[in-house]
Write a protein that binds this ligand. Structure first.
Ligand SMILES: [Zn+2]
Length: 495
């Protein structure tokens, strides 16, 4: 599942260290002015954004293509991270399956979802999501708390007294407590880490402090020596699986609007998949007892499925002749969103890549034909997608793709002021040739942390996360010698 699906809060440490990138050194965005716009004016802008073919200047077109290539290169650099994370995942699963003090987690399985596995992870391969599937033991009553995203979950019948789920029920013995499940997940991960060793002995995992409204146990991979910069971040999210025979909750019952795009048959297939709930507390203060123990519905497994097989025809992207640019467009949009968030962390605190993904899914269901996404048309397609997001923001209307009654841009979900700022920021990016598309810092090539025992002659490398650079010790020694000679020469010549 997407990180953003669980927490709309960006990573606090995600701020751009190198702020030199954005041309917009002083935010010229003036939300107050934006607020005063007349409704008619907005409508004109909206209709303008909906106009047919988008014209893209050759310069902008090249810039978009260049960034798209860059993203691809960055993607290939993730084998070290994948290895470390897979080892962690496999061993955590072994631990959970053999642990005697918590039988509910003994049948757990991992669902591989989230952007890493969709191959649309952007600037670096260092964030991973893992959904830990927990089976609901019997039928559930799912009571909507907010129009379809958040629920209170009760068991329809009393559970057997020996059932492992008993320990996670509230006093009424029917309601499943999201906080109890999440706390237990924390406890188990901490217990696991007491004995688990990272294959690369120079690193260790640490559990992060709990953040409110986050359904994940977040861990950081840190170095045993030297600086404390985070190398990899992993989110482990317990996800309650509702049995497919029970169907999706009412608010999502129709299935997503994919008939024109993927076909009715696929919609039926999608609807036959189980749905999941993650232990996420609804936003807001003075919450009722129900809301404090709320669960949020998750469709990340379905999102993964439809992004993987995204063609209007089955042959899309099967051969070089049929390659489309849909995934590239999504990656570019995510990249721009990351850039915007890093540039304006405070103003765009509520923005997350899930907004981009949602706009993307809506766009795919409207522009459904494969020929519209021909690889050659990447720049125009991306501008279309960008306009679509801008449009949703302008109208303050971005329906959740699976729960259409829930508006991700409603004032409760996305403050008006922030939305106005977003509209202006997107417009500015579009007008100025997308300067924030480019990431500020190069991607850390994580694979360069070798295991010293591997080979005595292996060169040691040091990685500087603040610049993302990796230095070979031998190379640095050579450089030091060159520098010393050069300095001596300069002193000698100056004399
Ligand atoms: Zn395709």
């Amino acid at each position: 599942m997407e990180r953003e699906d669980r927490s709309v809060n960006p990573r606090e440490d995600g701020q751009r260290k190198d702020d030199s990138k954005g041309k917009l050194s002083t935010p010229r965005l003036t939300p107050a002015r934006q607020k005063q716009r007349a409704p008619q004016q907005q409508a004109v802008e909206v209709s303008r954004a909906e106009e047919g073919p988008v014209s893209v200047s050759p310069k902008l077109s090249n810039w978009i293509k260049l960034n798209s290539k860059d993203l691809k290169i960055r993607q290939t650099d993730r084998s070290w991270a994948a290895e470390v994370v897979n080892d962690f995942r496999d061993n955590l699963l072994k631990f959970l399956r053999s642990n005697s003090d918590q039988p509910l987690f003994r049948k757990a399985e991992f669902l591989t979802t989230g952007s890493y596995f969709e191959k649309v992870k952007i600037h670096s391969p260092d964030e991973f999501d893992m959904m830990l599937k927990l089976q609901a033991p019997s039928r559930l009553d799912m009571k909507e708390l907010d129009g379809g995203l958040f629920y209170r979950i009760d068991f329809s019948r009393p559970t057997r007294s020996q059932s492992p789920i008993q320990a996670f029920l509230l006093e009424n013995e029917r309601t499943l407590s999201s906080s109890k499940i999440l706390n237990e997940m924390y406890r188990l991960v901490r217990k696991f880490l007491k004995t688990y060793k990272v294959p690369d002995k120079r690193c260790y995992w640490e559990v992060n402090r709990k953040r409110p409204n986050t359904p994940a146990v977040t861990l950081s991979l840190l170095r045993t020596e030297g600086n404390s910069d985070e190398l990899i971040s992993v989110d482990v999210v317990p996800a309650l699986e509702v049995h497919p025979c029970q169907g999706w909750p009412l608010a999502a019952r129709n299935g997503p609007a994919v008939d024109n795009w993927l076909g009715k048959k696929v919609r039926q297939e999608i609807k036959s998949l189980p749905c999941y709930f993650v232990p996420k507390r609804i936003k807001g203060r003075n919450l009722s007892e129900d809301a404090k123990e709320s669960w949020r519905i998750s469709f990340s497994h379905v999102e993964k499925k439809i992004i993987t097989s995204h063609g209007n025809t089955k042959t899309c992207c099967e051969s070089n002749a049929t390659k489309c640019c849909r995934k590239q467009c999504l990656m570019l949009l995510k990249s721009l969103i990351e850039g915007l968030k890093q540039r304006y962390p405070k103003e765009l605190h509520d923005l997350c890549s899930y907004h981009g993904k949602t706009a993307f899914l809506h766009t795919l269901s409207i522009r459904f034909s494969d020929s519209m996404w021909d690889r050659q048309k990447l720049p125009a397609c991306f501008m279309h997608l960008l306009r679509a997001l801008e449009n949703h923001a302008c109208q303050g209307d971005l329906p959740h793709f699976f729960v259409p009654n829930c508006n991700l841009f409603s004032p409760a979900a996305f403050p008006r002021k922030a939305l106005d700022f977003l509209v202006k920021a997107l417009e500015e990016q579009r007008m100025e040739g997308l300067p924030l598309l480019k990431p500020a810092t190069p991607v850390p090539p994580l694979r360069l942390i070798n295991t010293p025992s591997e080979d005595a002659s292996t060169e040691m490398s040091t990685y500087n996360p603040s610049t993302g650079a990796v230095y070979s010790v031998a190379l640095m020694k050579k450089l030091a010698v060159v520098f010393a000679i050069a300095s001596a020469l300069v002193i000698f010549l100056c004399k």
